[in-house]
Structures are given as C-alpha cells and as structure tokens.
Design a protein around this ligand. Structure first.
Ligand SMILES: Nc1nc2c(c(=O)[nH]1)N[C@H]1C(S)=C(S)[C@@H](COP(=O)(O)O)O[C@H]1N2
Ligand SMILES: [Mo]
Length: 499
C-alpha cells in the first residue's frame, strides 16, 4: 500500500472521469459545434437508431428540446468513452508495472477511437492529448507527493487533478464556443454570384415590406427568424469549393455540377414559404423567405430522365434522403441564396433544394445527389412512418392578439396554402357560427407564398372563441376536421378562447 492517488480505486475512477471531461472539452475547443467534434458521430448514431415512435414524439412534443437532450446524451456517452479508455490504460499500466502505459495508452486508444468516429486524423488529437495530459498530471502529483500525511495528500492530489482538468475544460468549452460557425440568416454575407440578380432580389424584398400589413407585432412577410428542422443537432459544415451535385440513376447520362458552375447559371429570385409536417396546428414551423437558385429542370433534361416510377431520391451530406415524384422536382430550384444573402449553413449552405408547394421535408439541405429511381423507395421520414412528401396542407394561424385602448381587439396571423394560393381568410368571433372576411396583405408575385391576415372587432362581453380558416384560390375552404400532427401533418381550424 502506497499513498499514491492512482493506487486507489476511487482515485483511478476520479482521474479517468477528469480525463474524459477534459478530452471531450479539448475536442470541442478545436472543432466547435461541427461534425469533427467527437460527440457529433455519437449524436448522429443516436438519432439514426432512435425508434420512429420516440423520434416522432420528440419532434411533435419536445421540439428542439428533444434535440438538445439527444446532444447532451451524446456528450455524456463520449465523456464515458474517453474515461473508460483512460481507466483501462491505468489498470493495464498497473498490471504491466509500466509508468508510460497509462498516458500513452489513453492517448492512443482515444485518438484511434476518435479517428474511427470522426475521420479526422489531426483534430482527433484534440481529445487524445488533453485526456492523456490529465493522466500525466495525476502521475506527476503522485511522484512528487510527500509521505507525511497520506490521506490528505491523496485528497489534495485528487483536488489538484480535478481542478486543473475542470479549468482546462472550461477554457476548451469557451474556445470551442467562439469557434462554432453560427452563421444565421442575419449575419450571412451578401450574395454575390454572376448568375444572381441582386437588384431584383432587393426590389422583391422591398416590395414584401410595403405589401405587409401595418400591424405592430405581427411577423413580417419575410420571416426575421426562419425555423430550422434537422435530423442532427450539429449541422454539416460543407466547403463550397468541395461541393458538387450529381444526377445519377435512371438517366441517359450522369451529370455532375460544382458550386462555381451553379453560381454562373441564370438564377431566379423567388418567394417560397416552408412548413414542417411535424409542427402543431398553430405551431411556429412555418416561415417565408426569398430564395435565389437555379431551376432544376434543365439538369434533368440534360441528363435524360428514364424513370420507371417517375420518382427521385435526393440525398445530402448529413445522410438525409427523401424520395418524391420527379414532377415536383421539375418545379424545384437549387438554392444558394436566401433573402439577398448567402444561404446560411443552418439552411443548407452551400446548396439546398427548394420544392414549391410541398411539405418542408423534401426541401433537402446540403444536397449532394439526385438519383432518378426505377422503383418507389422510402425517404428518411417515411421509413419512420411519416407522410410528408406531398403537397402541404392549408392553414390559417393565429399568433397575434392585441387589446386596443378603445376596447377593440386585433387578431392576426399568416395563412398559407402551398401553390394553391390564399384568396381569403375568414374569422368567427362566436365559435364558428358566423364568419367575416379578414384583411389580407397584398399578395407577393410568387404563388407558393403565405399572406398576413388581421381582423379588428368589438369583443362581446364575457368569454368568446375566435376561429380562423382560409380559402384558397380554387375556392376550397380549409378542411375543418381536426387531425393530430403524426403522420400526415395537422389539419383543422385554429381557434382561441378569450376570457
Ligand atoms: N439534409 C437535410 N435536409 C433537410 C432536413 C434535414 O434534416 N437534413 N430537414 C428537412 C425538414 S423536415 C424540413 S421541415 C426543412 C426545414 O428547412 P429549414 O431548416 O431551412 O427551415 O428542411 C428539410 N431538409
Ligand atoms: Mo419537416
């Protein structure tokens, strides 16, 4: 029995744990929130293997909280992996009676594991070296230790090791946070591409501003905070210079296209609203933007499509894949700009697909491949039971309410019906007995776009229920029948009770 911290079981567990935390923090310091972060592949694997029912619950009920929990679990598992590597190396070093084995073993096992997981040879050292460093530190403290007061000496060394490990981890987390490229739509650089008409984009954005209703607090026609739905909590970070799109499968000739080529082709600036099939009826996963992109149809024509099912599979860098009718794709755009700026990473930089009139899920971000299929197949969400590749359901949402000084109430929101277009919104203030038409924002030039609505009324004394519904340009009234979100997206009329 010596007085060495590493000779005790609890000491080894403690040092291993500290090595685990420090290793993961070290990885984060080098990579930030990117696919090279050691926890990233773990998080991916968790998301992939999550049973469909739990995944759907997480999406519809927990929203982004589900993704955060998944990320947290991935980080915990990754810490555990590094800690176990250190613990094994410590035990092995003890058995071999070799002082070099614990640190060296930790470094090698963590590094090899990280390379296997992330495919990053150099960045993997970010996890391996700090973890091994903690082991070396514990050994050094033991070696320098006194023998006068064994118990408190151990405690002091434990505190020293953990203290240094936590301090280093805190630094790592701070550095990593600064490194995370959180390019949102707001701080994306302006769009500059030979094929893009910036002046036209600016005019359209200006028009959207003048077309909007003058109701303070109502979200504008071009969303200032566009929602995000991803199968991973860590977005891929794709270098535009490395990006290419291939058209493969049942074609006469396979095609490949790079970013420079795409940027020089004539692009279109087009408003299009996206809505996620996984949102609740009056949810917030519906937004509108001006997209700049190149029509897909020319590539399909060039490749010479010979599909047996008239369907395609579209794939992305994050291993996302969606299957849908080729006719829908013919109206699509390969988008590289959003609201006059460079498409942000969170929305698919460098290139995403935009398919007007359909649920959000087939608007594949970080797109890499269009495979023309011979036979029907299932996409990522359809494998999990969803039916979200078809035309988007119509909805009128109620998000804005305000009681004016004169006692009147203003209600408002957005209505969207895909490419069917919104022709009217009707409001009832008596629970659906009588209906009046609401004021609508001036339509934007493109057809797959929402409109704002608002209605001002004299509230009856006592409680009342406001119901809202929309009518599309074919005269079809939004269906009243209520369904839940899963599996085909929510339907029904939004209503709200007022006291
Ligand atoms: N590659 C990839 N594309 C994707 C997704 C994804 O997870 N990965 N999510 C889809 C879903 S379910 C929706 S609703 C839209 C959301 O687009 P947004 O994040 O730009 O709002 O992107 C779609 N495209
Ligand atoms: Mo979605």
């Amino acid at each position: 029995m010596t007085d060495d911290l590493l000779d005790t079981r609890w000491g080894r567990v403690l040092v291993s744990g500290a090595a685990g935390v420090t290793g993961v923090a070290g990885s984060y310091a080098l990579t930030g929130v990117s696919p090279a972060f050691l926890a990233s592949p773990v998080e991916r694997a968790l998301a992939r293997t999550m049973p469909g029912a739990i995944l759907s619950f997480a999406i519809t009920t927990l929203g982004s909280l589900g993704q955060q929990l998944n990320f947290l679990l991935a980080v915990v598992l990754t810490v555990l992996f590094v800690a176990l590597a250190a613990r094994a190396a410590l035990i092995f070093g003890d058995a071999a009676n070799n002082r070099a084995v614990p640190a060296l073993g930790t470094a090698i096992v963590v590094w090899v594991g990280a390379v296997i997981l992330t495919d990053e040879v150099v960045l993997s050292a970010g996890a391996a070296l700090p973890a091994a460093g903690v082991v070396v530190l514990a050994q050094a403290l033991d070696a320098a230790g006194s023998v006068t007061d064994p118990i408190s000496a151990k405690r002091r060394r434990a505190l020293g090791t953990v203290g240094v490990a936590l301090g280093a981890s805190a630094v790592g987390v701070t550095v990593g946070r600064g490194r995370s490229p959180t390019v949102t739509a707001d701080d994306a650089p302006p769009l500059q591409a030979p094929g893009a008409d910036r002046q036209d984009a600016q005019e359209k954005l200006d028009r959207a501003e003048t077309n909007g209703l003058d109701v303070a607090g109502l979200e504008p026609l071009v969303s200032d905070q566009f929602f995000e739905v991803d199968i991973n909590s860590i977005d891929p970070s794709v270098d535009a210079a490395d990006w290419s799109l291939s058209v493969t499968g049942a074609v006469e000739e396979e095609l490949s296209l790079d970013y420079e080529q795409l940027r020089t082709m004539e692009a279109r600036n087009q408003f299009s609203t996206l809505r996620c099939v996984g949102e609740s009826l009056n949810g917030k996963k519906m937004d509108n933007a001006l997209w700049t992109g190149v029509p897909v149809e020319q590539f399909l024509e060039e490749a010479g499509v010979q599909s047996g099912c008239e369907c395609v599979m579209v794939r992305a860098t994050d291993d996302y894949f969606e299957e849908f009718p080729i006719d829908a794709l013919r109206d699509g755009l390969l988008v590289y700009g959003m609201n006059g700026k460079l498409l942000p990473r969170s929305h698919g930089y460098p290139v995403r697909l935009l398919v007007p009139g359909h649920w959000g899920e087939i608007n594949v971000k970080w797109v890499t491949e269009i495979e023309v299929l011979e036979q029907e197949a299932q996409g990522y969400w359809e494998k999990r039971g969803w039916h979200g590749t078809g035309p988007v359901k119509a909805v009128a949402k109620l998000h804005h309410t305000e009681l004016l000084d004169n006692g009147q109430r203003v209600v408002g929101g957005h209505a969207y019906a895909g490419t069917r277009g919104v022709s009217a919104v009707e409001v009832s203030t008596d629970g659906g007995d009588t209906w009046t038409t609401a004021t609508l924002s001036e339509p934007l030039a493109d057809d797959d776009v929402w409109r704002q609505w608002s209605y001002t009324y004299e509230p009856p004394s006592g409680g009342h229920t406001v119901v809202v519904r929309m009518i599309d340009q074919d005269g079809t009234v939004q269906p009243r029948e209520e369904t839940g979100t899963y599996p085909s997206g929510p339907s029904g009329w939004v209503s709200r009770q007022f006291a």
